[in-house]
Design a protein around this ligand. Structure first.
Ligand SMILES: [Zn+2]
Length: 227
């Protein structure tokens, strides 16, 4: 039977969530990333060179990491700040703004992997470009996002699904098949990573999809579309 409240409510108290004392003590010792974590004198840095066809000068991106709870089972390496340097001053003010915002997100703590996804989705209205190896970059901002993503994978904050053994074997097999077909017909050259005239694969954004047995097959990620 539900309780009937017959008197007017004059006050209330929320029942406290009782945690065992031991657990509380333990969690208090583990340092989590938050705004007031002081910057140590020395941080580990990784510098990424970003060379685009948009500019003669490369961009150098440095991400410094902080190691929380070093030497314990809760050891965690997290990005702490980002700097971007270039001789090219065209993009100076928005690059500075971007790095400050990204650094602030890093220092806030919590999940920062969304940054890579957000930046990678930025399209330059003037059009993107292909990187060596055939990967499509929709903008310079996307390239910065891509570098952040590889960094987060390197320090283990993002999983790198990659291709498993089976998928990789399939891709290699398809590639061999295509190469031997090309040698027989001697039609188009196979220079660089992927055949000349390969189409853009919508799954991995690489110019690596070729027509094989009536199917567009990607020689980079193995994606295959028949029809
Ligand atoms: Zn692909």
């Amino acid at each position: 039977m539900p309780k009937i409240i017959s008197q007017s409510i004059v006050g209330y108290k929320v029942k406290a969530d009782e945690k065992p004392v031991e657990e509380k003590k333990q969690s208090a010792e583990i340092v989590q990333m938050h705004e007031s974590v002081a910057r140590p004198e020395m941080l580990l840095g990784s510098t990424y060179k970003v060379k685009t066809p948009l500019s003669d000068h490369a961009l150098y991106m440095t991400i410094n990491d902080i190691v929380l709870n070093p030497g314990t089972e809760h050891e965690l390496r997290r990005p702490f700040e980002i700097f971007i340097n270039s001789k090219n001053m065209d993009h100076f003010q928005w690059v500075v703004a971007l790095t400050r915002v990204i650094s602030a997100v890093f220092r806030k703590g919590g999940d920062c992997t969304f940054l890579a996804e957000e930046l990678k989705a930025v399209f330059d209205p003037k059009g993107g470009y292909f990187k060596p190896g055939g990967k499509f970059m929709p903008s310079l901002v996307a390239e910065i996002g891509d570098a952040i993503e590889s960094h987060l994978k390197m320090i283990g904050l993002l999983e790198d699904p990659g291709l498993d053994e089976h998928q990789q074997a399939l891709v290699n097999e398809k590639r061999k098949e295509y190469e031997s077909l090309q040698q027989q017909g001697n039609a188009t050259g196979y220079n660089g990573d992927y055949p000349e005239g390969a189409q853009m694969c919508n799954k991995c954004m690489t110019k690596a999809a070729v027509l094989m047995d009536g199917c567009m097959t990607c020689l980079s990620c193995g994606d295959s579309k028949c029809g």
